[in-house]
Design a protein around this ligand. Structure first.
Ligand SMILES: CC(C)(COP(=O)(O)OP(=O)(O)OC[C@H]1O[C@@H](n2cnc3c(N)ncnc32)[C@H](O)[C@@H]1OP(=O)(O)O)[C@@H](O)C(=O)NCCC(=O)NCCS
Length: 199
């Protein structure tokens, strides 16, 4: 039996239904996280299921029109893991995200404060962490806040470690390890990440 004409006939309604189901699922997920205390602006959307863990006395605030891509093919560059946002420690620790930001399999872990501006693009499998995580281990340094300015673009697999400020409009190259502040309006890349060009 030739299914092609049937599939062609139903293709558009099926796509519409599938989009509506995805939208409904995203709204339910958002509602569930809102119940746990996560604050969302309007029109923020999930593609695939992110994981958000918020502790008591901490804050996660996400602005308007942000995109969280967590499904493997929700960004065709290839995503290895869902977006994971977590707060730790319970002492007014915060993740504050502005408007119009995009995240693809991005992990953000806040033990102090992580502030992300507006229109920030975080490429596939990026990691932003203000702590060494093993706080009980004396070889860890203390957590230090991170600030990522407006219009920053983190290339695929970029890692931003504790205490770093990245100035606005700056691009961080693929696979970079950012351990020191990077100024505004530059392209920076490498391990350790260094300025390679001014914009
Ligand atoms: C950072 C980037 C935007 C720079 O592009 P560009 O301006 O065209 O830079 P060039 O290719 O001219 O490279 C300039 C120099 O930086 C080096 N460089 C570029 N990207 C680098 C990187 N990611 N890591 C280390 N060095 C890098 C180049 O080797 C070159 O060094 P040289 O001057 O000693 O020869 C680009 O290389 C990059 O990393 N893009 C990835 C973007 C991405 O991840 N997109 C997907 C998002 S999901």
């Amino acid at each position: 039996m030739n299914l092609t004409p049937i599939i062609k006939y139903f293709k558009l309604p099926l796509i519409i239904i599938s989009n509506k189901v995805e939208l409904l699922y995203a709204k339910l997920l958002k509602f569930n996280y809102q119940l746990q205390g996560v604050e969302f602006g309007s029109k923020t959307m999930f593609y695939g299921k992110p994981h958000i863990r918020i502790l008591a006395n901490t804050q996660i605030k996400i602005g308007n029109n942000c995109r969280f891509r967590s499904g493997h093919t929700s960004n065709l560059i290839g995503i290895n893991r869902p977006c994971i946002l977590s707060t730790h420690g319970g002492n007014n620790n915060k993740i504050i995200i502005g408007n119009d930001c995009g995240f693809s399999g991005t992990v953000i872990g806040a033990f102090t404060q992580i502030t992300i501006g507006n229109n920030v693009k975080c490429g596939a499998n990026t990691l932003i962490t203000d702590s060494d995580w093993h706080q009980e281990d004396p070889r860890s340094g203390p957590p230090k806040p991170i600030v990522i300015g407006d219009n920053v673009w983190l290339g695929v697999n970029a890692v931003v470690l504790k205490g770093v400020t990245i100035g606005e409009n700056t691009v961080i190259g693929a696979n970079s390890l950012v351990v020191k502040d990077i100024p505004a309006n530059v392209i920076a890349a490498g391990n350790p990440c260094k300025v390679i060009k001014s914009l």
